[in-house]
Design a protein around this ligand. Structure first.
Ligand SMILES: NC(=O)c1ccc[n+]([C@@H]2O[C@H](COP(=O)([O-])OP(=O)(O)OC[C@H]3O[C@@H](n4cnc5c(N)ncnc54)[C@H](OP(=O)(O)O)[C@@H]3O)[C@@H](O)[C@H]2O)c1
Length: 302
């Protein structure tokens, strides 16, 4: 089926990957919107501007919109709730209204931070969100706006890792590796278990979800749990760096400054019931990721 796909936030970490993966294959016509615009092969649209969104929807037809715009920086959202609401909730409302008006299917990218992380067995799509901080609350507001579009799909994701995007500084993985190269010890949180998932794998799963015209809510998450400390050790091991330099942060007695969900585990039975395996965890996907960003040599090259 021919699909005209719009990706908002196409200059972001996930948006870059979604634009690239969803654009492959016959009959696909993919347009990226970003504030950076034509220099990056995108249409210059700032999705926070209702006027720009309305006029861009009026002069180009789409079947599907994958809405990746958000401020995913939990600290920044906490520091400026009004700005967070503008980008995460209000922008989604603007995009959702245009999708509804033009009969476009909206795929809204959401987060495990809509949950409080207290459920022992994790969360299914039908569980009730209870966000603890501004980021989670404004993303939940975005979900509610998205849910008013007929045929919408809300995709909740866990913490992501991916390639550095144009015009930005080094990623968390790169900063860690730079510190280890300089033989500097790095202290990482060992309290909060997360499900780190590669953006490329998310994009591949999203492509299948879009092709299958799924609706409702869908969790897409690796089913391997790691703290940042355990994750950092795996990165050190995979790259031959001194693992002993990666140390658990000494914060066991401190409450986090921003309330964070202890274990907002995203369960993926719905995905599996559709015959789709969830993305692999760090143990399986770290090496291909590190090869993709040139940190490890291509497979078979050494
Ligand atoms: N990163 C994670 O670990 C994580 C985890 C779970 C869910 N998510 C969700 O995944 C989606 C993509 O996140 P990401 O990690 O790819 O984030 P990202 O790299 O920061 O990209 C988000 C994009 O949103 C747009 N944006 C951000 N702030 C803006 C502002 N003030 N005004 C206008 N546009 C703004 C930018 O679009 P342009 O510059 O391209 O215009 C930016 O590239 C988000 O919905 C996020 O909530 C992320």
């Amino acid at each position: 089926m021919s699909r005209r796909i719009l990706v908002t936030g196409a200059g972001g970490m996930l948006g870059t990957e979604v634009l690239s993966v969803l654009g492959t294959g016959p009959g696909k016509e993919v347009t990226g919107w970003s504030r950076m615009g034509a220099d990056y092969g995108h249409r210059p649209v700032d999705a926070t501007s209702a006027q720009q969104v309305v006029s861009a929807f009026a002069d180009q037809d789409f079947d599907v919109c994958v809405h990746c715009v958000a401020n995913a920086d939990v600290q920044q959202c906490q520091d400026d709730p009004q700005a967070a609401r503008q980008v995460n909730a209000e922008t989604t409302r603007i995009v959702a209204e245009s999708c509804a008006r033009h009969g476009v299917k909206l795929v809204y990218i959401s987060t495990e931070y809509v949950f409080d992380g207290t459920a022992e067995n994790g969360y299914a799509e039908s569980d009730t969100p209870a966000p603890l901080q501004i980021y989670g609350r404004t993303k939940r507001e975005g979900e509610l706006h998205a849910s008013r579009v007929p045929g919408h799909l809300i995709v909740r994701l866990p913490v992501l890792y991916g390639a550095r995007v144009a015009g930005r500084g080094p990623t968390w993985t790169e900063k860690l590796l730079h510190a280890l190269e300089r033989h500097e010890p790095v202290e990482l949180d060992d309290r909060f278990e997360r499900q780190p998932t590669w953006t490329h794998d998310v994009a591949v799963t999203l492509k299948r979800a879009v092709e299958a015209d799924l609706d409702g809510v869908l969790h897409v998450a690796a089913q391997e749990g790691l703290t940042k400390y355990a994750w950092g050790r795996k990165i050190a091991e995979a790259t031959g760096m001194p693992v002993s330099l990666v140390r658990p942060a000494n914060t066991s007695s401190e409450a986090p400054v921003i309330p964070k969900p202890a274990r907002p585990w995203l369960r993926t039975e719905r995905l599996e019931g559709l015959g789709v395996r969830p993305p692999g965890g760090v143990s399986h996907r770290l090496s291909p990721f590190l090869r993709s960003i040139g940190v490890l040599s291509p497979a078979g090259a050494d």
